[in-house]
Design a protein around this ligand. Sequence first.
Ligand code: ZN
Ligand code: ZN
Ligand code: ZN
Length: 395
Amino acid sequence: MAAEGQAIRASSESYGAVDQMSHAFAGGSFGAIVPDPMINGEEPSAPPAYPIDDISGYEGTALSDGGGKDLPPPSDLVTGRGGGHPPAQTDWNIPAISEDAAKEAFMQYAAGKCCYSSAPAKEMVFRDLHPFNTYRYRLETFTESRSPEWKTTPYKGEFVDSFLLGPAPLPWDIQVEVPTMFTDNITGVKVPHTSSLKGCHHCQSSGKIRCTKCHGRRKVDCWICHGSGKRLNNDRCTHCSGSGRSRCNSCSGSGHKTCNICAGKGQLLYYIELQVKWQNNIFEYVADQRSGFPADFFKEVTGQKMFVDEQSMVYPVVNFPDPSISQASQNAVVQHHTQFASTSRVLRQRQTIELIPLTKVEYEWQGKLYSYYVYGDENKVYTENYPKKCCCSVM
Ligand SMILES: [Zn+2]
Ligand SMILES: [Zn+2]
Ligand SMILES: [Zn+2]
């Protein structure tokens, strides 16, 4: 009975501490002393879905599961366009790659493949260099979204910032500094004046839970004699002195363990945490030049930035020489507005147009015609039909 006496004493001590807290802050509902679960044998209860009354501006906030609902920003936070159209671009000079650069890129490409002979790259004769320079349009919409969640943490006697200190600020009224523009990030902000104390649901505020190994009995079957008290030769088991029972190691013979939910404190601090998430949402379009080049490869290279426009909200690009780019910009601006305006706050937008160099090289080697592509500022090479591969294909 000593263990149970300790358990009760321990829990009434923790209530003493909490009583002092409740005089100081009166922020939580502490309830009556709940019987020790080891005595009444009841199973721990599940946490309540909505732990305390709805707080104005945070109605329906669920207990932490990482899937909080994004709260739409109030209309006065929705940004408008900063004014001014993008400057007209008139001077479109299309650079073409030189034969030397095309050959150099091709030789490096062949050297980087273990089973490609370098001979064709060295001995090739140029027939034609055909530029298919390609535009890539990109719209980046940098958004912030906010979703509240109830959180709990073992109460260790810290200050309880309860509703008595004032009404909780509305989700979008809380000042949160943006870490870096156009970079994904997430942070959690404790909402002021939403804290309260509650008895731990798991251990019914005792700070202890019954040991699952011995079920609170403090002893288990002796592992030497398996509970019989006797050895094989019928002698008395010396490990358990013939009782068949030995001390439970899992709980050190106390019959209970520290509650892992409240860390043995018996009390939980509840508060609302605002999950603030920044996302850079990217819309990308590459104009199709019908070059036969697989457009997916453009993803791995950079181009020359011809146009950069950054504002709180951009206007679609108009009158670009390639009308499909203007159209893509129009679609992107509409799509991002539809997608993000109702669930998040658009902090900034940036649109860029890049010129990605792409040249199709036609060449002759040993009397036959072949081709390859040089693409990107990095002068990468793509070819489907390299003429001489020494080990992995039959020529
Ligand atoms: Zn607990
Ligand atoms: Zn035990
Ligand atoms: Zn034994």
